[in-house]
Design a protein. Sequence first.
Length: 134
Amino acid sequence: MVEIVAERFNFAVIIILMMVGLYAVIATGNLVKRLVGLSIFQTSVFLLYISISKVFGGAPPIFDYKDLVYDRLDPNAVYSNPLPHVLILTAIVVGVATLSVGLALVVRIREAYGSIEDDAIAEADYSLELEKGV
């Protein structure tokens, strides 16, 4: 039983990180804290994907050109798949870009409304609509 828990400890950490990130997104009204929660959640998904793609005993798939041409590769060799790692690197870049756009929007919201709290922004919008008579 202890071996099973020890083998899957990384999945428990990933689930805890997911729940912390989700809680930060749902429970807070501060826009920066929501972005931090989204970033934590996104990082946990990256860790989950990398944990699933791990091949124990797998070698990096780096071949010599001559081995490929002359068919001298070992058919019993175990190689790890580099595609999940490449996809996660791309997702990290997209995540950082999205986070920076989100933070830029938060700065603009702060300039326009004077606050980054959901309640204050909603109240300011509602009072503006009342003034316009909408």
